[in-house]
Design a protein around this ligand. Structure first.
Ligand code: COA
Length: 165
């Protein structure tokens, strides 16, 4: 089974890693796909996000994972890589409506691709990339939210932004 786990991953958090680790156990290949979305103004470029994803997954010894970016419709990308499953993490009830809408839209576009939801581990229920960035910008501790290499990259990025301001 080939599955795709799409997202912004700006940057990857322990919440995403939890989903990747658990999904990788029941699929043959998991393609972690970073959305190339020019409408958003991200902290990290797509390339930087993929490097961080690769490093953190390599540190966990996960082997059946591939990394790439995509643009356009997710369902078209899934077809392109022959994925028959889309993996999404569900944190709280608030995620449900949005996720359900996406899953139904994707199914209406191509019914041969199923969306599978994995419930987030309780310690990551509140976590999002925006929360991580906000806490980091305000000088708080993010070491329990993101792997050390991601924390270092955020620190570097914030220093660069400060220098250039
Ligand atoms: N742990 C921690 N955080 C999580 C998480 C988890 N398990 N699951 C989601 N999140 C967070 C992300 O960090 C992100 O936080 P942010 O908003 O603070 O940056 C937020 O939840 C959104 O999740 P993300 O996984 O990045 O999804 P997204 O909403 O940015 O993108 C796509 C979802 C890429 C699947 C969707 O936009 C897409 O398919 N786009 C392509 C266009 C398309 O096909 N559209 C039709 C389908 S409706």
């Amino acid at each position: 089974m080939v599955a795709v786990y799409p997202g912004s991953f700006d940057p990857i958090t322990y919440g995403h890693l939890d989903i990747i680790t658990r999904a990788s156990k029941f699929v043959d290949t998991l393609v972690v796909a970073v959305l190339n979305n020019s409408a958003k103004s991200p902290m990290f470029s797509v390339e930087e996000r993929i490097v961080m994803l690769k490093k953190t997954c390599a540190d966990l010894g996960l082997k059946n994972i591939k990394f790439t970016d995509f643009s356009g419709l997710l369902i078209d990308f899934a077809k392109e890589i022959s994925a028959n499953v889309i993996i999404r993490g569900l944190r709280a009830v608030t995620d449900f409506e949005y996720e359900f809408q996406m899953a139904l839209t994707n199914r209406s576009l191509n019914s041969s691709v199923e969306t599978l939801f994995i419930s987030t581990s309780t310690q990551y229920l509140y976590l999002s990339s925006s929360v991580v960035k906000e806490v980091a910008i305000l000088g708080g501790d993010i070491s329990f939210m993101v792997p050390a290499i991601v924390g270092d990259e955020i620190k570097k990025k914030l220093e660069k932004i400060k220098r250039e301001a």
